[in-house]
Design a protein around this ligand. Structure first.
Ligand code: NDP
Length: 447
C-alpha cells in the first residue's frame, strides 16, 4: 500500500493477529482498494476510521457441551463475532463446520458488514458458528447441539441487537431447532432469527435467495459489461449446497446450462446439463454424496477431487462452496478455457493470486460481498414482513430480490467508473461500502 497510515494499520493487525490468516486476507482485499482514494479523505485518518472498521466490536467465544446418541458428553467451541452495528443490528449467518475458527468467523463478519451496507437495508454485520461437524450426525444429535449452542447465544441476540441466520451446515432444519429453543428460553415469539421455514414464520424465496441473486447479478453484469447474458452460456458451479443449487436453478431459468457441480469429495460433469431434481434429491432429501449422481442420470460422470472441476471448458465459473477454493492454478485453467466471468456465490472463494490473474486477463470478477448479497437481502425482507405483520407473495419477493441485485451491480459499477477503475468490480464494492460505513461512523462520534 502506498498510503503510510493504511500500511501502518495493516502491519499492526498482522502483529496483533498473526495466526488469523483468513481475517488478514479479507482486510487486505479492502485496504488495497481504499489505498486508491484515501488521499482525498483526510478525515479517515483524523477519525482513525480504518482501525475502527477493521476491529470487530465484540467477539464472543464459548464452550458448547452436548450429549450424543450414546450419551457421551461432547464439547465444541462456539462463537459469535459482532463486527459492526453502525447501520443496524448485527446480522449474519451461523456456520457449523470443523474448519470454523475465530479467524474464519472474523473474516466472514467483516465482509458481512460491507455486504449488508450494499443492500440499503438497516443491517450491521456479524457472523457466528462452531467447529461442530453436522455430517453423519442423527437428527437428535443435531437438535441436542443446536440447543446447547443456543443456551449461550441467546444472551447476545435480539431483534434490535443481533439477528443470526444460516450458512454452511446451518439450513432450515438447524434454524428450526435454534429458533424453537430460543423461544423456550426467552418466552418470546421473536423476529431475532431469519432463514426459518415458511411454516414457522420464514419468508418465501429465502431458501432460493443467495443463488437466484447471484444469477441476477451475473446477468446484469454480462449485459452491461459484455453486451450478452446467461442465455446459452455453459456454467460450472462448485458446491451442491443451498447457494449452488439455487444458483443452478436460476442459471437454467435464464437460459444457461450448468455442466458441472461438486461437493467436498468430488464433482459431476454432465455436458447435457446437470439434472437439478437429482441433485436436490441427493443433497436436500437424502443428505447424500454427489458421487451417487450417476445412479439418477447416466449422462453424468463422477470424478474424485473437486479441484479438477475447474479444468472443464466453460463460459462462466461460479464458486459457491467455501473460502479459498479457487486458487491461482485453478484460475490458470479458467484463463486457458477463455472463461468470461467469475462470480462468487461463496464468501472469499478466490485467493488474492487468483483474483490478480483474473484481472490481468480481463475476466469479469464479481466479489461475493456483492454477488452473494441476495441471501441477507431476503433475510432483511423477512424482518420487514415480520415488522409489518404480513407476508408477501413469492413473485413480489423475487422481483424485489432481482431489482435489488441489479441496483447493487449498478452502484458498484458506477463507483468503479467514477474513480476511473473501469471494470474493476472489486474496487467498486470495497470503495462503495467503505465510504458508506466511514460516513456512518463519523456521524455517530467516537464511541
Ligand atoms: P451448504 O452447507 O449448504 O453447502 C456447502 C457446499 O459446498 C456443500 O455441497 C459442500 O460439500 C461443498 N463444499 C465444501 N467444501 C468444498 C470444497 N473444498 N470443494 C467443493 N465443495 C465443497 O452451504 P451454503 O451453500 O449455504 O454456503 C456456501 C457458501 O456460500 C459459503 O461460503 C457461505 O458463506 C456462502 N454464503 C451462503 C449464504 C446462504 O444464504 N446460505 C449467503 C451468502 C453466502 P460437502 O457436503 O461435501 O461438505
Amino acid at each position: 500500500m502506498k498510503n503510510t497510515y493504511l500500511e501502518k494499520q495493516y502491519q499492526a493487525f498482522k502483529k496483533r493477529y498473526p495466526n488469523e490468516k483468513e481475517y488478514l486476507q479479507a482486510l487486505h482485499h479492502v485496504l488495497v482498494s481504499v489505498d486508491h482514494i484515501i488521499d482525498d479523505h483526510p478525515e479517515y485518518e483524523a477519525y482513525n476510521v480504518v482501525e475502527r472498521l477493521m476491529e470487530p466490536e465484540r467477539v464472543i467465544a464459548f464452550k458448547v457441551t452436548w450429549l450424543d446418541d450414546d450419551n457421551r458428553v461432547q464439547v465444541n467451541r462456539g462463537y459469535r463475532v459482532q463486527h459492526s452495528a453502525l447501520i443496524g443490528p448485527y446480522k449474519g449467518g451461523l456456520r457449523f463446520h470443523p474448519s470454523v475458527t475465530q479467524s474464519v468467523l472474523k473474516f466472514l463478519a467483516f465482509e458481512q458488514t460491507f455486504k449488508n451496507s450494499l443492500t440499503n437495508l438497516a443491517m450491521g454485520g456479524g457472523k457466528g458458528g462452531s467447529d461442530f461437524d453436522p455430517k453423519g450426525k442423527s437428527d437428535r444429535e443435531i437438535m441436542s447441539f443446536c440447543q446447547a449452542y443456543m443456551r449461550e447465544l441467546f444472551h447476545h441476540m435480539g431483534e434490535d441487537v443481533d439477528v443470526p441466520a444460516g450458512d454452511i451446515g446451518v439450513g432450515q432444519r438447524e434454524i428450526g431447532y435454534l429458533y424453537g429453543y430460543y423461544k423456550k428460553l426467552t418466552n418470546q415469539v421473536t423476529k431475532s432469527i431469519t432463514g426459518k421455514d415458511t411454516s414457522i414464520g420464514g419468508s418465501l424465496v429465502r431458501k432460493e435467495a443467495t443463488g437466484y441473486g447471484l444469477a441476477y447479478f451475473v446477468n446484469a453484469a454480462l449485459k452491461k459489461m459484455k453486451n450478452t447474458s446467461l442465455k446459452d452460456k455453459r456454467v460450472i458451479i462448485s458446491g451442491s449446497g443451498n447457494v449452488a443449487i439455487y444458483a443452478a436453478e436460476m442459471v437454467r431459468e435464464l437460459g444457461g446450462t450448468v455442466i458441472a457441480m461438486s461437493d467436498s469429495s468430488g464433482y459431476i460433469h454432465c455436458e447435457k446439463g446437470v439434472d437439478l431434481d437429482a441433485i436436490k434429491t441427493i443433497k436436500e432429501e437424502k443428505r447424500d454424496r454427489i458421487e451417487t449422481y450417476p445412479d439418477y442420470d447416466a449422462n453424468g460422470k463422477y470424478h474424485e477431487d473437486p479441484r479438477h472441476m475447474w479444468t472443464i471448458d466453460a463460459d462462466i465459473a461460479l464458486p459457491c462452496a467455501t473460502q479459498n477454493e479457487l486458487d491461482e492454478d485453478a484460475v490458470k485453467h479458467l484463463v486457458d478455457n477463455e472463461v468470461i466471468m467469475v462470480a462468487e456465490g461463496a464468501n472469499m472463494p478466490t485467493t488474492e493470486e487468483g483474483i490478480a490473474l483474473l484481472k490481468k486477463h480481463n475476466i469479469i470478477f464479481a466479489p461475493g460481498k456483492a454477488a452473494n448479497a441476495g441471501g441477507v437481502l431476503v433475510s432483511g425482507l423477512e424482518m420487514a414482513q415480520h415488522a409489518q405483520f404480513t407476508t408477501w407473495t413469492f413473485d413480489k419477493i423475487n422481483e424485489k430480490l432481482k431489482s435489488h441485485m441489479e441496483k447493487i451491480f449498478e452502484d458498484i459499477y458506477k463507483t468503479a467508473k467514477d474513480y476511473g477503475e473501469n471494470d474493476d468490480l472489486q474496487f467498486g464494492v470495497n470503495v462503495h461500502s467503505f465510504k458508506k460505513l466511514a460516513k456512518a461512523m463519523i456521524q455517530q462520534g467516537i464511541v
